[in-house]
Design a protein. Sequence first.
Length: 113
Amino acid sequence: MASKTKDIQNVGITFGDWKLVKMDGDNWELCHRHVTGDTPSTRKNGTAGKVRWHRVGRYYQSSTFANALEYAADWDMRNHNDDSTIEMSKYIKAYGETLERFRTAFEQSIRAS
């Protein structure tokens, strides 16, 4: 695996608040964009409270990119919905729309690079 010091901020294939960054040979790491926590090290390097890309620690190869999109959609559905009850048909529709949005953005990101 490539060094964890690789700058991930301006590289990769993006889709929503997610992206895949090539690490080495066939390995890609999933990253998520969110506000950096406030810790002594992030205060020291000036990133505390800033929206930045963060490593998720999940790795994929090009043949498993669909799994990365599904993981990201699942995470978004779990973490961006309130705790109210939702009918399964509505959940499945929303999940499908999220996957389609990610797929479209992913393809656009590939074409742009």
